[in-house]
Design a protein around this ligand. Structure first.
Ligand SMILES: Cc1ncc(COP(=O)(O)O)c(C=O)c1O
Length: 374
């Protein structure tokens, strides 16, 4: 069994070993962009739900795990995001590895953005469909691949994120919608990070681009990021949702989300819907942070109004050193490394959140200046 020790050592020497560790300092790398995980109304809804529901769902949704909390949350999400129907999943990872193989299988084809999240990549692999990777955010690269390969299969999916989790950038979604219709493909948009942060009121990329929901579209989102709780959802036409419910193995063969969490997620959504200005405040905070970085000549990847602010370091070990330097100064920013991002593109992925003190943001920029621009 020496190979186990050898593999761990190899990861360590490359700066790629991960550990479960409880870090101190002000956390600047979670996904709680709106601070809803600690909002009093969300916490109250969860406390109250404990008097009405059992702790868990105790079975999968198609056995006896489906409750009025799930139904109501699905209705609320459908109204918020669009589509004719909505399905609540256990997590975003489960949604992607369930939905993709539900809609594509052997003999079908999938066109996937080069920087799509691991859960999308795993969903594509599980589907056994042929996968063509197009250049990041490039509708031109997708078109070229569609022209070459689309005719080789009856069913076709195009998949990309609307706010990329490790790069903080977004596609021109109108071009992708157009291509999906022109080439008769389903389009899956993963809005894990866009829900609550993109669009005037946090509804995501369709709101931002002023486009309507349509028949060939599937929106996947999580409840675990800007909505501050846990779980995920899929919005689409009734027919597509029915097929997903019947085919997605991670839905059929996994215990449903706790109804208590469903109540918490519903409360998050209520807070966001009644305070839509939160989204604009978040964008302003992100713009300010990026402005402060540029004042010390630090450049971040991605949009300047997104709460994801990645600073490329490159070498994995160097990224770890900077993480340690920040910890010594009272801040926790995880070093994001391969395989989450390509080799030699290790980065500090700073997240902006309304729950944090603006003074802490200024101090973090000073600390980054000391470490990166000595
Ligand atoms: C784009 C994207 N999709 C899906 C997921 C998985 O979501 P969850 O954490 O709810 O499993 C993530 C999580 O980081 C993500 O960034």
């Amino acid at each position: 069994m020496n190979w186990i020790e050898e593999e761990i050592k190899a990861l360590e020497s490359l700066g790629l070993l991960r550990e479960r560790k409880i870090y101190g300092g002000v956390v600047f790398c979670d996904n709680d962009y709106l601070g809803l995980s600690e909002h009093p109304e969300v916490l109250r809804a969860i406390r109250e739900a404990t008097f009405r529901y059992a702790a868990g769902a105790m079975a999968s949704s198609l056995v006896s795990g489906y409750t009025s909390a799930h139904r109501q949350l699905e209705d609320e999400l459908r109204l918020f995001k669009g589509g004719e129907d909505c399905i609540v999943f256990g997590s975003g990872y489960l949604a992607n590895i369930g939905v993709i193989p539900a809609l594509a299988s052997e003999g079908d084809i999938i066109f996937s953005d080069r920087l799509n999240h691991a859960s999308i990549i795993d969903g594509c692999r599980l589907s056994k469909a042929r996968v063509y990777v197009f250049e990041h955010l490039s509708a031109e690269s997708l078109r070229e691949s569609l022209v070459k390969n689309r005719k080789s299969a009856r069913r076709c999916l195009i998949i990309l994120e609307s706010l990329f989790s490790m790069d903080g950038d977004s596609p021109d979604i109108r071009q992708f919608l157009k291509l999906s219709e022109e080439f008769d493909c389903l389009l899956i948009i993963d809005e894990a990070h866009a829900t609550g942060s993109i669009g005037k009121t946090g509804r995501g990329i369709l709101e931002e681009s002023g486009t309507e929901f349509r028949e060939n579209l599937i929106i996947i989102g999580t409840l675990s990021k800007a909505l501050g709780t846990y779980g995920a959802f899929v919005c689409a036409s009734k027919r597509i949702c029915s097929l997903i419910v019947n085919r997605a193995r991670s839905y059929i063969f996994s215990t449903a989300l706790s109804p208590i969490i469903c109540e918490g997620a519903m409360a998050s959504l209520r807070v966001l819907k009644s305070n839509p200005q939160m989204v604009e405040s978040l964008k302003e905070r992100s713009r300010n942070f990026i402005r402060m970085l540029s004042e010390i000549n630090l450049r971040a990847l991605g949009r300047e109004d997104a709460p994801i602010v990645p600073i490329i370091i490159g070498n994995e070990r160097r990224a770890l050193e900077i993480r340690e330097g920040l910890l010594k100064r009272g801040f926790f920013v995880q070093a994001i490394r391969y395989p989450t991002v390509p080799l030699n593109t290790a980065r500090l992925r700073i997240s902006i959140s309304l729950k944090r003190n603006p003074e802490d943001e200024r101090s973090l920029v000073r600390a980054l200046g000391e470490l990166l621009c000595p």
